[in-house]
Design a protein around this ligand. Structure first.
Ligand SMILES: NC(=O)c1ccc[n+]([C@@H]2O[C@H](COP(=O)([O-])OP(=O)(O)OC[C@H]3O[C@@H](n4cnc5c(N)ncnc54)[C@H](OP(=O)(O)O)[C@@H]3O)[C@@H](O)[C@H]2O)c1
Length: 282
């Protein structure tokens, strides 16, 4: 018996949660031992572990491939959440579902609040939106935490990819006309602990403070790499999303409003630049 059951255990966010002291009393499983597409397997693990909370970090996260593999994305991010939600009711645990800013279109230039109408920007967003709906409609007292542009240790993400490129390439192209908010996994795990401690339910947004384009973030990565003599040799060139080869629809303005969580916790999320510096220094 453990308090928390963490799914997607080899993923980036799961790594941060597993390493946060608040979640010490946990069991965690990767896709082999807790496959979201295998109801019997999930039920057997839940019966055995008897969690109070199931934190679902498992997801189909390849945003580009989801366009052509929608059924697969939908099965993992959508339909499987119905199973988790039913299990939550049957076995009396709280389902914590991690979701995304991509449930919004990002085509208008407004920050998105928790109760704003969803309008997924792409296939991945649509699959995650379905998962949210199942969790909210079926699960016992669910909590949905939406995050955006996630980065952290133990994962392939925009920051790790770009910092490697800046160290090794002479020139890189980075999109400058789409804006969003970075979210550090380590800060996300902290915030999740506080939400659980306060027994919160419903939808919450979390992202680090401050809005930036990927181009601006790349410049900041370069600045930090230089500051710590970690090697930065690229010329960073701004391009438009239209010039970027991957044509998967992405939001122009992907900004999760975090006032709800700030009011609850009595503090704003820390600035993305500070979180980024902490991450790159590690
Ligand atoms: N990354 C972002 O920028 C971002 C932004 C907003 C929201 N989110 C959300 O945040 C959460 C965590 O994301 P992340 O970046 O940490 O993900 P990640 O690193 O890609 O990890 C996802 C994990 O899910 C597992 N998984 C995939 N299919 C599975 C299945 N059928 N059954 C069980 N496990 C399965 C994968 O395991 P295998 O490799 O073994 O398949 C992988 O370890 C997800 O809900 C994601 O949608 C992410």
């Amino acid at each position: 018996m453990a308090k928390f059951l963490i799914t997607g255990s080899e993923g980036m966010l799961a790594y941060a949660i597993k390493n946060n002291a608040y979640f010490a009393d946990h069991t965690s499983y990767g896709s082999k031992d807790f496959n979201l597409l295998n109801f019997e397997q999930m039920e057997a693990v839940i019966k055995r572990d008897k969690p109070e909370y199931l934190i679902n970090c498992a997801a189909y996260t390849d945003v580009t491939k989801a366009e052509t593999e929608f059924e697969k994305a939908n099965a993992v991010n959508g339909e499987a959440i119905r199973d988790l939600a039913n299990l939550s009711k049957n076995y009396d645990f709280k389902l914590i579902q991690i979701s995304t800013d991509f449930v919004f279109s990002g085509k208008d230039f407004f920050e998105k609040h928790e109760d704003d109408e969803i309008d997924p920007v792409n296939a991945y967003g649509a699959s995650k939106a379905k998962g949210e709906t199942y969790a909210l409609d079926i699960a016992k007292d669910p909590l949905i935490l939406r995050v955006s542009w996630l980065f952290g240790p133990h994962g392939k993400n925009f920051i790790s990819v770009i910092s490697e490129l800046i160290k090794t390439k002479d020139e890189i192209n980075v999109v400058s006309d789409q804006l969003g908010k970075l979210t550090y996994t380590v800060d996300t795990a902290d915030v999740l602990a506080k939400l659980i401690e306060r027994n919160e339910s419903g939808i919450y947004h979390f992202a680090n403070e401050g809005i930036a384009s990927r181009y601006f973030i790349a410049l900041e990565i370069e600045r930090i790499l230089k500051k710590y003599n970690m090697g930065a040799k690229s010329f960073i060139k701004a391009i438009t999303a239209n010039e970027y080869p991957d044509k998967t629809p992405r939001p122009d303005y992907s900004v999760l409003n975090t006032n709800k969580i700030s009011f609850l916790l009595g503090e704003k999320p820390r600035l993305w630049k500070n979180a980024l510096e902490d991450f790159l220094k590690r």
